[in-house]
Write a protein that binds this ligand. Structure first.
Ligand code: UTP
Length: 235
């Protein structure tokens, strides 16, 4: 029986500004999934909305005040990005689920018979980090890996504070303090990990990892349970 893994793949990873980097990233992603399928690993990939989510929400925000409606625009963008990853991986000839499930329970079922299941968001009120955490719990994954565009969880925002300190290992409760558990993110805004995802991980004692998804070796090592550069977050 295959070992099941779940990754929250940040939407920003699909669209680096330079086309060459984008092509390299997709090539490395394809190599990685082929390698993992050969080793009997199945992966649930929950894809974020990235630029199309931000743009869509920004365009509509001037006319819509209901955050739930804006969230639905974000969800549509996550499903667009999930379709891109799904179709690209289908080209490689591996066992990719044809559907983009809209619930984590459906995705968990599909993971029983496919090497790759791609999905995006589900319902308003959280981000794809929270979807990935729920899927990891339902599918029985040991860890939920958050692949994003920073190398680690930091003690403050590294884009604002150049002295921000990266953590290699922290607890879920420390991560909860950093992300602000109990707060809800307005549509289209983000934190290194969605606080709702951290709350779900705490309730289920699920380990998390944050890795730079631009560096496929780090992501693959985290999936395989090897030493990886990034932040290990223990329950
Ligand atoms: P993302 O999961 O993409 O948010 O959802 P993010 O944290 O900005 O992630 P990256 O940058 O892509 O990695 C985008 C928006 O879609 C809505 C929310 O408004 C979120 O901010 N969304 C997404 C939902 O309402 N529900 C979902 O299940 C997923």
């Amino acid at each position: 029986m295959a070992t099941i893994h779940v990754i929250a793949l940040g939407g920003s990873l699909l669209r680096p500004e330079e086309a060459e980097k984008r092509e390299q990233w997709f090539s490395r992603l394809k190599q990685m999934v082929v390698h993992l399928e050969g080793m009997q690993h199945s992966i649930g990939i929950v894809v974020g909305g990235g630029a199309p989510a931000r743009e869509g929400i920004e365009v509509a925000r001037k006319h819509i005040s209901d955050e739930n409606k804006l969230d639905k625009i974000g969800i549509a963008a996550t499903r667009l990005n999930a379709s891109i990853i799904q179709q690209v991986l289908t080209e490689v000839g591996i066992n990719v689920a044809e559907e983009i499930p809209s619930t984590t329970s459906h995705a968990a079922d599909l993971l029983q018979s496919h090497s790759i299941v791609c999905m995006g968001g589900t319902v308003p009120g959280h981000t794809t980090d929270a979807v990935a955490t729920s899927l990891a719990i339902e599918a029985g994954a040991e860890i939920c890996i958050i692949a994003t565009n920073v190398s680690h969880v930091y003690d403050s925002d590294p884009r604002v504070n150049e002295n921000a300190k990266p953590f290699t290992e922290i607890s879920l409760s420390q991560l909860g303090e950093i992300c602000g558990i109990g707060t809800t993110l307005p549509a289209g805004t983000s934190s290194v990990v969605d606080p709702i995802a951290v709350e779900r991980a705490i309730s289920a004692s699920l380990d998390l990892a944050v890795v730079d998804g631009r560096q496929m070796d780090r992501l693959e090592n985290a999936i395989l349970g090897l030493e990886f550069e990034g932040t290990k977050i223990s329950a």
